[in-house]
Design a protein around this ligand. Structure first.
Ligand SMILES: Nc1nc2c(ncn2[C@@H]2O[C@H](COP(=O)(O)OP(=O)(O)OP(=O)(O)O)[C@@H](O)[C@H]2O)c(=O)[nH]1
Ligand SMILES: [Mg+2]
Length: 446
């Protein structure tokens, strides 16, 4: 286990709290700490009540100190954690004390990065630490926790090992050509490749949901003025956040609020009604509506249930019809015009005013997102990128094998490349750049 230079950080959020945590990790941190506490020989993993002093012997605070002997710590290095009074001034003083005495400030995610570098977890698990802290819903949380426990790694690592095994067989057949050693036929290799292909495909199918869970899904409510977009927004939100009036053009700028549908974090966006307008302020609002419509993952296209579609409805529908959208016919308490059934294959009739059809709308939203795939484990864009690259190489090789007898040397080339991407995925191979990218999204102190 490698011990790196000592680092320090506050591990709890800024502000007043019952307890504030300062943590240190690295080579010789205990030695750095001992001159400033009134315990001389701390027992590892034992909660010591200590007084903490500065260089002049003035007491800074009193609290709990835990010392972790390497390698039995989060980072695998020697660590010390202080649980002090949660006053930002105290915590700052403590950090500054150590900064003056040979310890440097930790970078974002540096504790977890060291845990990864010391083999305490693989890269996929380290990423899960960030996901776990940032999770905005129950489902995101449980997915991150399973990833942290290594469940995703346990699906990906065997794929990598299978490729490794195939390479080993092929390599042996090159090296020991003359000798009588077991080799794999091209058909056997092909079958293996196809199985790996299938596993990768099913992992890839979870990325969309994974991204929604990590970043939230943008759900935009669009339609012409006065159809009840803001009323629907308020209904889904459960509060009277948006202004509702019978004046067309009430909503001038878009509004965005987080909601949680069955564990999926959603950014719900109410927009200004789209119509032809000469009012410069309204024009800007409408322009923003169109932008929101373009960037949304899912659109609720709202029109009035009791009336035929107007020219503006038709125009807006033409903007959304090739996108992921749901037709919502609002004000069904006033009736449902028959012509809608002919025009739309599917729609949800609701009354934002009375609450009718809201449950069906939520159900339709969830179905459209497709929440069922993944069985609770969802990959990220980074994972998908590398899996995709690996998959492409595997497919190319499978194609070639089906067409011709492929030489062992060529087989090796392909197999190694496919494996290389999975190495990167798990963190068998890493670059400083990649680690920087991953851990810079963490908070300081983690
Ligand atoms: N009867 C009935 N009236 C509704 C319903 N939903 C909204 N309204 C009324 O329709 C009018 C417009 O509602 P808003 O929610 O402000 O409509 P909007 O689409 O946000 O309008 P703009 O912001 O102007 O684009 C208000 O008078 C609402 O009370 C409904 O389900 N039934
Ligand atoms: Mg509105």
């Amino acid at each position: 286990m490698k011990q790196r230079e000592p680092i320090v950080a506050i591990a709890t959020p800024y502000g007043e709290s019952a307890i504030g945590v300062v943590r240190l990790s690295g080579l010789g941190v205990l030695e750095k700490v001992l001159p400033f506490v009134n315990v001389k020989k701390p027992r590892p993993r034992y909660a010591h009540l200590v007084k903490l002093f500065d260089e002049k012997g003035e007491q800074i605070d009193e609290g709990i100190m835990i010392y972790y002997q390497a390698p039995k710590s989060y980072t695998g290095e020697e660590m010390v954690e202080f649980f002090l009074h949660g006053n930002p001034i105290i915590l700052k003083k403590v950090v500054e004390l150590f900064l003056r005495n040979g310890v440097r400030m930790a970078q974002r995610g540096e504790f977890t990065k060291r845990a990864f570098l010391n083999g305490k977890m693989d890269l996929i698990q380290a990423e899960a630490v960030g996901d776990l802290i940032g999770a905005k819903s129950e489902l995101a949380l449980s997915s991150a926790l399973r990833q942290l426990r290594g469940e995703l790694s346990q699906i990906i690592s065997p794929l990598r090992e299978r490729l490794l095994n195939l390479s080993a067989f092929v390599e042996a057949s090159i090296e020991f050509e003359e000798q009588d050693i077991p080799t794999l036929s091209q058909e056997e290799i092909l079958r293996s490749l196809q199985e790996i292909e299938k596993s990768i495909q099913s992992l890839l199918a979870t990325v969309k949901m994974g991204e929604f869970l990590r970043k939230g899904l943008n759900l935009a409510i669009v339609g012409k003025p006065n159809v009840g977009k803001s009323s629907l927004f308020n209904r889904l939100l459960g509060t009277q956040r948006a202004i509702v009036t019978d004046v067309p053009g009430t909503t001038r700028d878009f509004l965005q609020e987080p909601i949680n549908l069955e564990g999926i974090p959603i950014n719900l966006i109410d927009t200004a009604g789209i119509r032809h307008s000469t009012d410069p302020v309204e024009q800007i609002g409408i322009q923003r509506s169109v932008e929101k419509l373009k960037s949304a993952h899912l659109i609720l296209f709202v029109a009035e249930a009791h009336k035929p579609l107007q020219a503006e409805d038709l125009y807006i529908h033409s903007l959304v019809k090739d996108k992921n959208h749901i037709v919502v016919l609002n004000k069904v308490d006033l009736g449902l015009w028959d012509g809608h059934r002919e025009r739309f294959e599917n729609f949800v009739a609701v009354s934002a005013k009375e609450g009718e059809g809201l449950d069906e709308l939520k159900k339709t939203i969830l179905e459209t997102i497709g929440t069922t795939s993944g069985e609770g484990l969802y990959i990220s864009i980074r994972h998908a990128d590398l899996l995709q690259k690996s998959l492409e190489v595997i497919k190319l090789l499978a194609d070639r094998i089906q067409k011709e007898e492929v030489s062992p040397e060529i087989l090796m080339l392909y197999l190694r490349e496919a494996q290389h991407y999975l190495d990167e995925l798990i963190g068998e191979i890493t670059t400083e750049e990649l680690l920087g990218e991953i851990f810079s999204n963490f908070c300081i102190g983690k």
